[in-house]
Design a protein around this ligand. Structure first.
Ligand code: WQD
Length: 370
């Protein structure tokens, strides 16, 4: 994959030294663990706060193994809840009294659409309540740089693709509503600073499209609890023989082959996008940046199945079923704003996504519980 013409991969010119000491909430999860690896490889010192409700400490042990060198001395792991002030206090003090946290990457949250419909209160409490508590702790510790994990789900049923950041915000499920509420919270915080001209907040809302794949080593990857609802982990379990076939939710959509079309982004590209956002915020003026993190290229379910069969050498039988409630036909990012602001774009394509997903799944048939 190459960057669109006219964009450079990384910003040039002199830069302030990047933030070294970071708090990563939810850092043991799928995207969090891959981002922690990229941050450690970039020489950063991390404290991870994770409640392990949807993740496993093993992921971070393997992250240290992959990062090598002195990574074990640069990663502190705390089991705790972002809604608990005492846990946040412990995280901010983890590097000792003088060891201030310079920036936060906030992954901790619930993200299953279907579950959010059944348990809206828990989603609002964890996602929005947790973010309020985190921002309070950040302010109390003089830390005002935050990279926030948002989602393309805020666009609901997009009216057109590719989807720019200026597209209507119209979430259609409680999960999406919480992401919009968190984005509004950050916008209010940024606006509150404008009036007083203080050293304001540096905030980035990163709207992920469909994160998939795994680190090429196959040592870390996506490890959903229970029955996955997302396409890639389901396909990988069918390829492994853990499931008989893949249900295809509708083949009468207005797309190239009638199946749903999505913008899949390799989790390593996504992780690198977080590093680029962190360093961009740290070097720039106080701001609120809202960016799509996607490839700008759509693939249909059938195209993904074919690519996965090619990459794995395994058959992935499918069974066409009715459309899934709340699904859109197409969801594809306009990725240009991130390329312009961060000098970042996706560099890995569908072949790598399928290859790396299969490599992880085959090496870890039961995920981290192997
Ligand atoms: C992708 C395509 C399905 C499963 C969700 C969340 C979103 C984000 C990413 C957190 C669709 C089809 C799927 C299956 C299928 N998560 N499909 N059979 O729905 O685009 O996005 O995950 O931020 O918020 O909504 O991803 O992987 O569930 O579906 O045919 O068994 O695959 O219809 O077209 P989705 P998905």
């Amino acid at each position: 994959m190459t960057c669109p013409a006219g964009f450079t991969l990384m910003p040039s010119g002199q830069a302030k030294s990047p933030p070294q000491r970071l708090l990563v909430t939810g850092g043991a999860g799928f995207i969090g663990s891959h981002t922690c690896l990229v941050l450690l490889e970039a020489g950063r010192e991390l404290v991870v706060l994770d409640d392990f409700s949807n993740s496993c400490g093993e992921s971070l042990r393997r992250v240290v193994e992959l990062a090598g060198g002195d990574a074990a001395e640069r990663l502190l792991v705390l089991e705790g809840d972002v809604r608990e002030a005492k846990d946040l206090e412990q995280a901010f003090e983890a590097f000792g009294p003088g060891g201030s946290i310079e920036a936060v990457v906030h992954f901790a949250g619930l993200k299953a659409v279907g579950e959010s419909v059944a348990e809206p209160l828990r989603y609002w409490d964890v996602n929005v309540g947790g973010t309020v508590r985190l921002l309070e702790a950040m302010a109390a510790h003089g830390c005002r740089t935050l990279v926030f994990s948002s989602s393309a789900t805020v666009y609901g049923m997009p009216e057109r693709v590719p989807i720019p950041e200026t597209a209507p915000i119209q979430p259609i499920n409680p999960y999406g509503q919480t992401k919009v509420a968190e984005e509004h919270l950050l916008a209010d915080l940024r606006a509150a600073d404008d009036g007083r001209g203080r050293s304001g907040w540096r905030l980035a809302c990163l709207r992920y499209f469909n994160p998939v794949g795994a680190h090429p080593s196959g040592r870390i990857g996506e490890d959903p609890l229970g029955v996955p609802s997302n396409l890639f982990p389901l396909i990988s379990q069918v390829a492994l023989g853990r499931r008989d076939c893949l249900p295809v939710f509708g083949d009468d959509w207005p797309t190239a082959d009638g199946t749903g079309e999505r913008d899949f982004i390799h989790v390593m590209d996504l992780a690198e996008g977080h590093l680029a956002a962190l360093d961009h915020l740290h070097q720039g003026e106080p701001q609120l940046l809202t960016l799509n993190l996607g490839s700008g290229q759509g693939h249909t379910v059938r195209q993904v199945v074919a690519a996965y069969e090619e990459a794995s050498g395994q058959s992935v039988p499918v069974r066409v079923e009715a459309r899934r409630e709340g699904d859109a036909a197409r969801s594809v990012a306009d990725p240009d704003a991130a390329a312009r602001s961060l000098g970042w774009c996706c560099r890995r394509g569908l072949v790598e996504m399928c290859r790396d997903s299969w490599h992880w799944q085959r090496q870890n048939p039961e995920g981290y519980r192997t």
